[in-house]
Design a binder for this molecule. Structure first.
Ligand code: 5GP
Ligand code: ZN
Length: 145
């Protein structure tokens, strides 16, 4: 990739961006990773970071791509802060439709954040009691075996 179609899905919009069939505003590229501006940003400088190979979700991505992706995320996150004057950034990744994934080529959002920008995180609340917390952990441990 991207010189051959191996690792590419013909109907995937992000694969078509990798191949240059659809225009994008690229900000970073290496052998394994491409980063470009989100067309509908939360704030100016909002980037999408993708492995060039097509993998629908994080669960499909081979672990060896984690290192180049993680390196790009840290590098682009720092660059987004320097370029926009943001005080921080959110690194966000959606998996499956229920979690808000719209493009099924795994990707990470880097969203510039400013103190008092009005964006809030998810609502959250403590477990009902210690037993409910332990039950949640036990179900997870079983799912991991
Ligand atoms: P998801 O909800 O799947 O995590 O986010 C997909 C993101 O891709 C959205 O924020 C959307 O604005 C962005 N996006 C969708 N199509 C295109 C496109 O053709 N070009 C660019 N640059 N971004 C896109
Ligand atoms: Zn793809």
């Amino acid at each position: 990739m991207p010189s051959s179609d191996q690792g590419s899905a013909p109907d995937c919009i992000f694969c078509r961006i990798v191949k240059g069939e659809i225009p994008s505003t690229r900000v970073y590229e290496d052998e394994a990773v491409l980063a470009f501006l989100d067309i509908n940003p939360v704030a100016a400088g909002h980037c999408l970071i993708i492995p060039k190979e097509h993998h629908a979700t994080l669960c499909d991505m081979p672990p060896e791509l984690a290192v180049p992706v993680m390196n790009a995320l840290a590098r682009i996150g720092k660059a987004v802060m320097a370029a926009t004057g943001a005080g921080g950034f959110n690194c966000l990744q959606n998996n499956f439709a229920a979690a808000g994934q719209m493009v099924f080529h795994t990707h990470w959002h880097i969203i510039p954040r400013f103190s008092g920008d009005g964006l809030t995180h998810w609502p959250h609340a403590p477990y009902a009691d210690k037993a409910a917390m332990e039950q949640a952990a036990e179900s997870l441990r079983r799912a991991l075996t």
